[in-house]
Design a protein around this ligand. Structure first.
Ligand SMILES: Cc1ncc(COP(=O)(O)O)c(C=O)c1O
Length: 373
């Protein structure tokens, strides 16, 4: 994390005890299966190194990321932990992965040939990705799998794992999930005899691992719920396991004033006071990922909800206060205060998106501080 933003009154607090709790919960739920901690995209905006450390302490065994650079950064901190890149990596970089003992994802014969040309003295471990219905990346047939397996013959590329990814595991209707699972089982039955006995099979994300623990083969790739967030409202209602959210977002009032009835607030003068009102300013805006569509969402002061009024600026926004507060008073944008909560889900609902997107979009200018390390 670069240091931009450490001298400011807006910050995120990441509770590493919550991360550990969530990993332990899924481990108990899954009994003896492996947990891959999904820490791509800077651990969904929570901070990759700190989250990875907490997840490993709680019993996760592998770190899963999306791109090679994420894996290389983690390798600098975790010299012996298995690291899997789940996305497509240009085969030109196969040797960098091999030298760093990083496992890549593969599903194309040409990729195997090209990667092999780039390898020098180290073996490369790969996991085969099977597309059973996500339609993103992966082998779609048994024949394609045989071709990739054959391409690995007499190379220094070794298949150590096989995986697929579900498109609808978080939805109320299980039909498509079962269709994908059935397709995977069929595929694996035919392909497994051609693979080493020791391969690791992992198919589940958070939703599948919570809802269908018995389908999960050797391990799960646990992402959103490691951060204490449920992948959907349906999964949240089921409460299969009790998660603790890890991310809170705070700011402080940096200016407080009384305005008169009819006075305007912010660009466009779109907000007009309907009576004399107290207005507070906080130093966060769309330059931090606190985007303009968050206008009118509530924030918490002293456990009370107060709405953001007027357009959100790049670096600041204004709040309608119920009374005067001191400059320096803490404002909770995401988190709990006394008996009130503004959750990540509330912010996602306001933006008509999913909770995954929110911590990812809160930029590096917001420093992440860690508690319960
Ligand atoms: C291939 C793959 N596996 C696992 C995950 C983790 O999913 P979730 O965050 O829903 O647990 C992701 C996340 O998008 C993914 O792309």
């Amino acid at each position: 994390m670069d240091k931009a933003g450490y001298h400011r009154d807006t910050w995120a607090e990441i509770d590493l005890e919550a991360i550990r709790h969530n990993v332990e919960e899924i481990k108990n739920h899954l009994k003896d299966k492996e947990v891959f901690a999904v820490v791509k995209a800077d651990a969904y905006g929570h901070g990759e190194v700190e989250v990875a450390q907490a997840a490993l302490e709680a019993g996760a065994t592998t770190l899963a990321v999306s791109i090679l650079d994420e894996a290389i950064r983690l390798r600098e901190h975790f010299s012996n932990v298995p690291i899997l890149v789940m996305g497509w990596t240009n085969p030109e970089y196969a040797d960098i992965a091999a030298q760093n003992n990083i496992t890549l994802t593969a599903f194309q014969t040409d990729w195997v040939h090209q990667a092999n040309e780039h390898l020098t003295d180290q073996d490369l471990s790969i996991h085969l990705k099977v597309d059973t219905g996500m339609g993103r990346i992966g082998i779609r047939s048994v024949e394609e799998a045989y071709d990739v397996i054959r391409a690995c013959d007499r190379t220094n590329i070794f298949i150590t794992g096989v995986f697929t990814h579900f498109a609808t595991a978080d939805e109320p209707d299980f039909k498509y999930y079962h269709q994908q699972l059935g397709a995977f089982k069929q595929w694996l039955k035919q392909v497994k005899p051609h693979l080493p006995d020791s391969i690791t099979v992992h198919i589940g994300n958070s939703a599948a691992s919570m809802r269908f623990p018995n389908d999960m083969y050797d391990g799960v790739r646990f992402g959103i719920s490691m951060y204490g967030l449920y992948p959907s409202k349906h999964v949240k209602e089921e409460q299969t396991i009790l998660l603790k959210p890890a991310f809170a977002l705070y700011s402080r009032l940096i200016h407080v004033k009384k305005i008169q009835k009819g006075d305007a607030i912010s660009y466009g003068a779109t907000y007009r006071a309907s009576e004399d009102e107290w207005i507070g300013t906080i130093p966060i805006g769309y330059g931090d990922g606190w985007i303009r569509k968050l206008q009118s969402i509530n924030v918490l002061i002293n456990g009370q909800k107060h709405p953001i009024v007027g357009r959100i600026c790049m670096d600041q926004c204004m709040i309608k206060l119920d009374q005067s507060y001191d400059v320096g008073t803490r404002v909770t944008l995401i988190g709990c205060e006394q008996n009130a909560t503004v959750s990540m889900d509330d912010v996602a609902d306001h933006l008509e998106t999913i909770n995954y997107e929110i911590p990812c979009m809160l930029g590096k200018r917001i420093p992440r501080y860690y508690i319960n390390m």
